[in-house]
Design a protein around this ligand. Structure first.
Ligand SMILES: Cc1cc2nc3c(=O)[nH]c(=O)nc-3n(C[C@H](O)[C@H](O)[C@H](O)COP(=O)(O)OP(=O)(O)OC[C@H]3O[C@@H](n4cnc5c(N)ncnc54)[C@H](O)[C@@H]3O)c2cc1C
Length: 317
């Protein structure tokens, strides 16, 4: 038996959530009194994983796996699980892994629980806590299949340092026929993506129009943050759809989420409530967002935001 952690990567580099996946998987392996095996696809440097407890790392290098293909990736992870006798597979709860996990589940005849927030509370029956109803509640779920797939929620467990001497092993899976060909990919360049950001500065209809986003961008730039927005803002074309966060947009699980001129509708909160610290700037003291905020500023965004940016710049200098 072993725990297999699948770590996502982009262009040869491990993604931000990788260290949390490894930290969690290590603790799970300790709890199960078994070994941890970590699999990476086309990653150049895996040493960071060893600092967080990855003892054995399976390195797959294959140009066919350069772009994400859920079926192909699921098949490679399944082969690694079989080769390492892994009964427990840990993945993130990113869009890509939520796509591949059900396919992996079919290949391995495994039960799958997504949005997991803790280590299992019981091993027999295997019971684990997850969020439900778009993060508004928790529930304890049980898996009774031999093989279990755990999709860990971002920022749920945290990162722990555990310097481990790593064993790096090349793993050469047999690749099934590629069904998807990606002709081109477009990535917003020069900007921090919401998924990779530690801080997100987000704004809503309170900003009145796209011409006012300069104050949001300046604050984001000062903080090294990504920019985001509420749904109506992207619907009206004030901002690109890639910035829309919430229940029907991107989920945000950052360390700091700054919401400016956003009312805090339930559908917006559903997407951001995994963020650790929420700061709200709104001129209406009754805005629902204040109930979810860790820190709140009641004031006009056009007055508060430039002053905040100025103070931050002075502090950084
Ligand atoms: C099925 C469904 C799915 C949805 N999914 C999403 C989703 O994923 N994400 C999402 O965001 N929404 C979603 N919505 C829409 C959601 O219900 C809200 O309508 C939306 O979030 C409101 O956006 P807003 O806060 O920007 O605008 P508003 O509700 O208009 O709020 C603007 C806020 O700005 C404040 N304000 C105004 N002027 C200033 C100023 N000068 N300074 C400071 N504050 C100011 C106001 O007090 C107000 O609180 C969904 C709705 C439905 C029905």
């Amino acid at each position: 038996m072993s725990v297999l952690a699948y770590v996502e990567s982009f262009k040869g580099k491990i993604k931000k959530n990788a260290l949390e996946i490894v930290s969690y998987s290590r603790e799970l392996a300790i709890k199960l009194d078994t070994n941890l095996v970590t699999i990476v696809l086309n990653v150049d440097d895996t040493s960071e994983l060893n600092k967080h407890g990855a003892s054995k790392v399976l390195k797959v290098t294959n140009s066919e796996l350069e772009s994400f293909d859920a079926k192909l990736y699921a098949n490679v992870i399944a082969q690694a699980a079989k080769a390492n006798n892994s009964n427990y597979i840990v993945l993130s709860s990113s869009l890509d892994t939520r796509y591949l996990a059900p396919l992996l589940s079919i290949e391995l005849e495994a039960g799958y629980i997504s949005n997991v927030v803790e280590l299992p509370s019981s091993l027999n029956p295997f019971t684990i806590k997850r969020t439900s109803f778009t993060n508004k509640a928790f529930c304890d779920s049980t898996i009774d299949s031999d093989i279990k797939i755990i999709g860990l929620s971002s920022n749920a467990f945290g990162i722990s340092e555990n310097n481990t001497e790593g064993l790096l092993e090349d793993f050469n899976p047999t690749l099934s026929e590629k069904k998807i060909t990606i002709n081109s990919t477009e990535k917003v360049s020069g900007k921090i993506s919401i998924a990779d950001a530690d801080i997100v500065v987000s704004a809503g209809r309170g900003l009145k129009g796209p011409e006012n986003w300069n104050i949001i961008e300046e604050l984001a730039e000062t903080l090294g943050a990504a920019t985001a927005c509420s749904k109506p803002v992207s619907d009206m074309g004030w901002r690109p759809h890639s910035e829309h966060v919430g229940q029907t947009g991107k989920p945000v699980a950052t360390n700091l989420y700054i919401a400016i001129g956003i009312s805090g509708a339930i559908q917006h909160l559903a997407g951001i409530n995994s963020s650790k610290i929420k700061v709200v700037i709104n001129n209406d003291p009754e805005a629902p967002f204040f109930k979810a905020a860790d820190y709140g500023v009641v004031g006009d965004a056009f007055d508060v935001v430039p002053r905040l940016t100025e103070k931050l710049k002075a502090f950084k200098a």
